[in-house]
Design a protein around this ligand. Structure first.
Ligand SMILES: [Zn+2]
Length: 290
């Protein structure tokens, strides 16, 4: 009797277990109706949207990139390089031309067409060579920034008078005429950079004084800033043929003293010449940006 009860109990237990097992299997494979499943998916999607900050961040970054590009474009557009023509005159030439020409339109006062320049006290570097080296570097720098450049000369073996050099700038429609020179002095300790332009009372082109002075100041500051050389002065003079014949804003930049042995040594290096060219280009750009 006891055995019979035990059998019934065990039988019932097995049945119950089988039912339970079946239910568990069934519950795992088909847990919810398809409608419930859709709701779950919608909920999951909503949750994903709420907790997914990546998308707005990426969009912010994209906006920042666009803003940066706009600012850069605006900066280069404010310089408007493509609408500017710079005329570069590498001072002097291989052979001086001592034939005289009027120092200004209609002037009875005359000066040599092209005087001989100074030379490196230690290096022997000729001013006309230094002027050309810097001028070619300046041309490359300005063209890389988008400016149109007109060169008075690209070789030393030329014969172009100072009034003819101004005529080249005038005919090119240049809005800046930059004449590259180096200085000399009997006093060997004198060093540093200067710039020259006409006075406001210049009888030929005094109306250009303000623009020429501003150009001189910008270019001189550019050279001093780029090289760390001594800033000397802006000289206002009406005795320079190359300035007096010009009909556009003009500066003569004296990049340093070849008669000072330390400055001579610097001026004779490619690195220092490149700094000068970059400084002049920065100055021209600053002049246009005023
Ligand atoms: Zn000179």
């Amino acid at each position: 009797m006891l055995m019979r009860r035990l059998e019934v109990f065990l039988g019932s237990f097995i049945v119950v277990c089988l039912v339970c097992l079946g239910f568990m299997v069934f519950n795992d494979t088909i847990p919810v109706s398809s409608k419930d499943s859709e709701q779950e998916q919608v909920k999951a999607k909503e949750l994903e949207q709420e907790t997914a900050p990546e998308e707005p961040v990426i969009s912010d970054q994209a906006d920042e990139v666009v803003v940066t590009e706009t600012e850069e474009t605006a900066k280069s557009k404010s310089v408007d390089a493509e609408n500017h023509i710079v005329c570069i005159d590498a001072g002097h030439q291989q052979k001086a031309n001592m034939t005289k020409e009027p120092i200004g339109p209609g002037s009875s006062k005359k000066k040599p067409k092209v005087a001989g320049g100074t030379r490196g006290v230690k290096s022997g570097l000729m001013e006309y060579q230094l002027a050309l080296d810097i001028s070619l570097k300046l041309q490359e720098e300005l063209e890389s920034r988008g400016y149109t450049v007109v060169m008075v000369r690209t070789t030393n073996d030329v014969d172009i008078s100072n009034s003819e050099r101004a005529a080249i700038a005038n005919e090119a429609g240049a809005d800046a005429f930059v004449k590259i020179h180096a200085d000399g002095s009997d006093i060997s300790s004198v060093h540093g950079a200067s710039a020259l332009c006409q006075t406001a009372d210049n009888p030929y082109n005094g109306n250009l004084h303000d623009e020429s002075y501003a150009l001189s100041e910008c270019v001189l500051d550019g050279v001093v800033s780029a090289t760390g050389c001594k800033k000397r002065q802006i000289i206002e003079t009406d005795g320079m043929t190359g300035i007096n014949w010009s009909k556009v804003p003009t500066t003569i930049i004296e990049v340093g003293y070849l008669t000072n042995k330390d400055e001579d040594a610097k001026l004779n290096t490619d690195e220092y010449q490149t700094k000068i060219a970059q400084g002049i280009a920065d100055g021209i750009e600053a002049y246009y940006q005023r």
